[in-house]
Design a binder for this molecule. Structure first.
Ligand SMILES: NC(=O)c1ccc[n+]([C@@H]2O[C@H](COP(=O)([O-])OP(=O)(O)OC[C@H]3O[C@@H](n4cnc5c(N)ncnc54)[C@H](OP(=O)(O)O)[C@@H]3O)[C@@H](O)[C@H]2O)c1
Length: 404
């Protein structure tokens, strides 16, 4: 199973990368002394129609009284609002009482001025804090496809922030830090800042790294910035409501559909979305700039725990050699789009030996009730129930019937 982080393949650096990671003189910080207005009255959140974005929006709505400006791709305000609500509903987070505090803006992070009308853009400039979470999340696409959303998008966000010295909290990924790992050396520090040679070969990773570079340069010019690096995110602990686009659960589904798993096991770790979102929202509303935060789960579980919980939930699973499973997956992928996606997931080396320091996060959350739930059978069960409920996994009865 690939982790959210994995060793990148070796390939040449994309042309234009050096220019992409130069902030440019056009971005100058108007007031380098800007600090977060605590508690914020207006928050700009990008990526609110996505998986983690829905959890972030929910945390802002429940932990603060702020109005949340949500920049969302849509043909207009109404569609933008509908897309936000359907994301909250999908992840079981919708509360109609919060509707009036959600302010939809139909725009695209990669476009100049987000493609908004001037008055809409001016409204966003009044944000007290920005959480830039939007990204094209795809581990297969090349950098050239991801650059617009992930690198240009971050530049556009910084341009808006610079005008009013608005603090920016950038959602990156632990994969960026993982590229600095040198096992068996000690844990990867939150201050780790790899160079392009360490992240090249994986377009997504490179694009997130490039985003971090732009953020770091803005920070060096005086903009209050923070970088948040979550590990692979799973659903909330109560609902298990997770993205069905995620590679981990796509592979779990493949196991269910084939009715077989490999005998080999590895340790894995997932970090619940409610913890990640609560931590980021706490940090964004308590002036947590000037640092990078690792958002990880200190506990791990063997993959066999997932197979055990699937069996306990009624899914028949046999074991088979890896080569046999790969051949069966390739065959079945011709008639099942989900299995085709599973077959396309790159096989990456195990990062079992890699561990990550999260001292900044631990220190910043001390005295709060925000804690990461450990890996457990219950956590896996909630995910299985949710994924059956939304039709991503077949019902155990149907799966048992198919394998009989
Ligand atoms: N999921 C994980 O395990 C994980 C782990 C580490 C880090 N992260 C980071 O967390 C963030 C959210 O990831 P996710 O898993 O929630 O992904 P996701 O479900 O695919 O959500 C991505 C969000 O970004 C938006 N977006 C993409 N391109 C955009 C553009 N050009 N303009 C405006 N919005 C755009 C999407 O909008 P549409 O709905 O219009 O497509 C969507 O709302 C990303 O920055 C990712 O790198 C995720």
């Amino acid at each position: 199973m690939p982790g959210e982080y994995g060793r990148p393949n070796v390939s040449p650096l994309p042309p234009g990368l050096t220019a992409d990671v130069q902030l440019g003189r056009s971005i100058s910080i108007r007031s380098p002394t800007g600090s977060v207005n605590t508690p914020p009255q207006r928050v700009l959140l990008t990526g609110g129609t996505g998986f983690l974005g829905a959890y972030l929006l929910h945390e802002f709505l429940t932990r603060t009284d702020a109005k949340i400006f949500c920049l969302v791709r849509a043909r207009g305000h109404v569609e933008a609002f509908d897309r936000i609500v359907s994301a909250l509903q999908r992840y079981r987070l919708w509360d109609p009482q919060h509707a009036t505090r959600i302010m939809p803006f139909a725009g695209d992070v990669s476009e100049p001025g987000f493609g908004l009308l001037a008055r809409e853009y001016r409204a966003l400039c009044r944000a007290d804090v920005i959480v830039h979470n939007a990204a094209r999340v795809n581990h297969v696409e090349p950098y050239s496809r991801l650059r617009s959303a992930n690198v240009q998008g971050t530049r556009q966000v910084l341009e808006l922030a610079a005008g009013g010295a608005i603090p920016v909290h950038f959602v990156s990924t632990l994969s960026v830090a993982a590229s600095c790992a040198r096992p068996p050396a000690g844990p990867v520090l939150e201050s780790a800042r790899p160079g392009p040679a360490e992240v090249h070969g994986n377009g997504y990773l490179l694009s997130k790294w490039a985003g971090e570079e732009l953020i770091a340069q803005a920070g060096e010019r005086g903009l209050p910035v923070a970088v948040h690096r979550p590990d692979r995110v799973c659903g909330g602990v109560v609902t298990g409501a997770v993205s069905t686009d995620d590679a981990f659960w796509t592979l779990v589904r493949a196991a269910v559909m084939l009715g077989a798993v490999a005998a080999e096991s590895a340790e894995f770790s997932l970090v619940p979305a409610d913890y990640v979102a609560a931590a980021i929202v706490h940090l964004a509303t308590h002036g947590g700039t000037g640092r990078t935060y690792h958002l990880t789960n200190h506990s791990t579980a063997p993959l066999t725990l997932v197979w055990e919980r699937l069996r306990a939930n009624g899914f028949p699973l046999t074991t088979a050699p890896l080569a046999d499973l790969a051949a069966r997956l390739t065959g079945a992928a011709t008639t099942d789009q989900g299995l085709a996606r599973a077959a396309a997931i790159p096989v990456q080396g195990s990062d079992d030996a890699v561990c990550f320091d999260d001292s900044n996060t631990v220190q910043a959350l001390a005295g709060t009730s925000i804690r990461c739930a450990p890996m457990s059978a219950e956590l896996i069960d909630r995910h299985i129930e949710y994924l059956v409920d939304v039709g991503f996994l077949p019902s155990p009865v149907a799966a048992a019937g198919a394998s009989a």
